[in-house]
Ligand binder design. Sequence first.
Ligand SMILES: Cc1cc2nc3c(=O)[nH]c(=O)nc-3n(C[C@H](O)[C@H](O)[C@H](O)COP(=O)(O)OP(=O)(O)OC[C@H]3O[C@@H](n4cnc5c(N)ncnc54)[C@H](O)[C@@H]3O)c2cc1C
Length: 390
Amino acid sequence: MTTVAAVIDFELQPELSELRDRVARFVQEVAIPAEPRDVSTHGTDDGLRAELQEEAKRWGVFGPQLSEELGGLGLDHRGTAVILEESGYSLLGPQALNCAAPDEGNMHMLDLIASPAQRERYLVPLADGQIRSSFSMTEPAPGAGSDPSMLRTSARRSGSGWSISGRKWFITGADGAAFTICMALAEGAGATMFLVDATDRVFPGGHAEVVFEDCEVGEDAVVGGVGEGFHYAQVRLAPARLTHCERWLGAARRAHDFALDYVSGREAFGQPLGELGMVQEKLARSLIDLETSRLLIWRCAWALDRGDSAKHESSVAKAYVAEAVNRVVDNAVQVCGATGVSGEGPLARLIDEVRPFRIYDGPTETHLWSIARRQLRARSALTAQAPAAS
Ligand SMILES: Cc1cc2nc3c(=O)[nH]c(=O)nc-3n(C[C@H](O)[C@H](O)[C@H](O)COP(=O)(O)OP(=O)(O)OC[C@H]3O[C@@H](n4cnc5c(N)ncnc54)[C@H](O)[C@@H]3O)c2cc1C
């Protein structure tokens, strides 16, 4: 009789456990103590970020997801999932490790498709933390939002290069970024990604709105191929969605831990809050959300490590985790009473930070919509193949 062994194993290799523990210590000893200095409403101050990155290099935790050639730790998607969750325990952790959005997604995509010259000019300094980047896709109405096919920004042929015109908004990290990757409709060819230096564009009023006015770039600014923009956006999308899930899972765990401490120490009606059934239900539901999120993330990471596009797995993970981390942080706020919504502790900041995750990287509804449509298509294909009943 043959025995069929299922290869499902949640054990971490000793090197990865050691790295996870080191990142956890780094977050406790370096990132969290620096949080009171992270007060800018326009993203972390570049000086603080540089200081934390130097420290992360000293601790040997810098660039977990980057190849060793780029100065990183060379982890696969599963290893990255473990480490990015740990880094997300502080909002400064991913910045320190150089695995924060949008740089992390841009580095991943450039590593796969940038030309040697683009690698040297953009990827190498980005991977080292010397510069920051942004990704410019979303446009005001009637341009691209949930529906990327509504893209309006155009790229006309101009001399030996391209002239880009259009308006983008909600572009994370655009202020202070050395370059952006801009999605535009190239004349006669369709959606195309262009590398645009910061000096080539205009910021009307600071944060996150980017205007391209007859912005001239060379042919060498095209990322991948002309007309291949949406195809390469997919290369960026699934892993970038997943790393967002990973970091926010760490943040939600921080909120949950804070709530556990609060309800253990605070009494009401003659007992600790943690002894009250309705508080316990929230704690239990939050833990189930955290663990389910981790399992969906690990499954998607496993699919990516196998070389799958993981379109389905990343969509399921994104739709679930975005809602779950919001529930967990909201539960933590609720059981902590006024402390939950005050500046005492991390919760008020965290609730602000996790709420938009239900909107970016595809709003929850668009993921649910595509998950449902995929099921219906698969089911009808199956029934079409089934032999007719006699
Ligand atoms: C904090 C933050 C950071 C961001 N960073 C970036 C960035 O760096 N680069 C970038 O390009 N963009 C960025 N965005 C923009 C983000 O990608 C868009 O907000 C997102 O794609 C949705 O587009 P929209 O805001 O135009 O919403 P709309 O397209 O106007 O949709 C509004 C709402 O309609 C509903 N909806 C949409 N489609 C469906 C459907 N099929 N079924 C049912 N309901 C639906 C959803 O509830 C959705 O939230 C960021 C957004 C935020 C909030």
